[in-house]
Design a protein around this ligand. Structure first.
Ligand SMILES: Cc1cc2nc3c(=O)[nH]c(=O)nc-3n(C[C@H](O)[C@H](O)[C@H](O)COP(=O)(O)O)c2cc1C
Length: 362
């Protein structure tokens, strides 16, 4: 039940390594498909993320950034694979930090969901861009397509070594760019999740079959990122709690993976689910706090802090979940697209949270 005390953001700070996050309402990574052709952020990103930082969220997880050009989902993805890109991100991280918000960045390899059209182009058709039209050959654990997207090739061991190196380089670039947190994307049907799930991974080598084999790539990435990112900064993993389908990842398997991530030195699990195959039944059910119970299980099993995402529609609910509930923070997605001041509005009694420039509005 909601109560008035929860209409304000939960302003207890959370400290992870040397990173102190001012409150428990955070922005979930949401791809904007607005990058320059060289993968650098544009004015759109500064305005978009800048507004949410003014909006007093504790942490902004900047959308999925490709760890290499062939790891992009679309040609308009942000990239974090070279120093020029890192330098261009600094304008963003500087502004976010000046507002007292922690800048984080999600690192991603798209796997078989790569070489895709922008989501608002060609809706309802095959979303892939062919190599002939400027796309690129994707790879995944197996040569099996996601729905009607282009068929990936099966990754060989050299590809997997490159993936691990690309994530490590991206973590170094993220540090140069001024990010205080990196998040490894191991969910939503992108490359690392594709390896984890038996629904997309049909390999017979040491990267397929048992859970130990299916999580081998993600754990190699986890270790490499943890080594490459400064010890005083935090590493998160976006983890899938279930694939929702028979034969897919179960909560028990997610717990096994999470325990290994804790051993690698990961600092927080960001809990989500689904989307590894194109099937309505693989989508997270559209209900309030759909991942909360999963997050509680993962926290109990690993003793790691957890953030939860999915259908948390207002500050009251967010406050219940973090103050008396089973999670350490909430990640807010679509509500923050609709309203950059989702969180700030809850600070109406706390003038200090509002920028000087806006004081006369109060
Ligand atoms: C426009 C849009 C882009 C998204 N891009 C990403 C992304 O880059 N990385 C990611 O992990 N999830 C992405 N997501 C999923 C969200 O982070 C979030 O998990 C999902 O929207 C559910 O949370 P919500 O109910 O608060 O919106 C995206 C969602 C939307 C609506």
């Amino acid at each position: 039940m909601s109560s008035p005390e929860f209409t304000r953001p939960d302003t207890r700070p959370l400290r992870l390594r040397d990173v102190t996050i001012a409150n428990r309402v955070w922005m979930s990574p949401m791809a904007q498909y607005a990058a320059a052709p060289d993968g650098k952020p544009t004015d759109w990103h500064l305005v978009h993320y800048g507004a949410r930082a003014v909006g007093a969220v504790g942490l902004i997880m900047v959308e999925a950034n490709a760890v290499g050009p062939l790891h992009r989902t679309t040609s308009a993805d942000l990239g974090i694979w070279n120093e020029e890109q890192a330098a261009a991100h600094r304008r963003l991280t500087t502004f976010i930090r000046e507002r007292g918000t922690v800048p984080g960045i999600q690192l991603q390899a798209a796997g078989r969901k790569g070489s895709h059209l922008l989501p608002w182009v060609g809706a309802g058709q095959n979303g892939s861009v062919s190599v002939a039209d400027g796309g690129w050959q994707t790879f995944g654990p197996s040569a099996v397509a996601f729905g009607d997207l282009n068929q990936p090739r099966e990754a060989d061991h050299a590809d997997l070594d490159e993936v691990v190196e690309a994530f490590a380089r991206a973590a170094r670039m993220a540090h140069l760019a001024g990010y205080q947190v990196v998040e490894i994307q191991a969910s939503h049907g992108y490359l690392l999740h594709e390896f984890l799930s038996p629904l997309s991974n049909h390999r017979t080598d040491e990267y397929g079959g048992s859970l130990a084999n299916r999580m081998r790539l993600a754990l190699r990435v986890g270790r490499a990122v943890r080594d490459a990112f400064p010890a005083e900064k935090a590493v998160f993993v976006r983890i899938t709690a279930t694939d929702w389908l028979p034969g897919g990842i179960t909560l028990d398997e997610a717990v096994g993976f999470a325990e290994e991530l804790a051993a690698v030195g990961v600092d927080l699990l960001d809990v989500t689910s689904g989307l590894v195959v194109r099937d309505e039944a693989a989508r997270p059910p559209a209900r309030d706090g759909v991942h909360v119970d999963f997050a509680a299980t993962l926290r109990n099993a690993t003793a790691l802090p957890v953030a939860v995402v999915g259908r948390i529609e207002n500050l009251s609910r967010a406050g219940e979940l973090t103050t008396n509930g089973p999670v350490d923070a909430v990640m807010i997605g679509r509500p923050l697209l609709r309203d950059p001041y989702f969180s700030l509005r809850g600070h109406s009694a706390d003038k200090a949270a509002w920028p000087d420039q806006y004081q006369r509005a109060l």
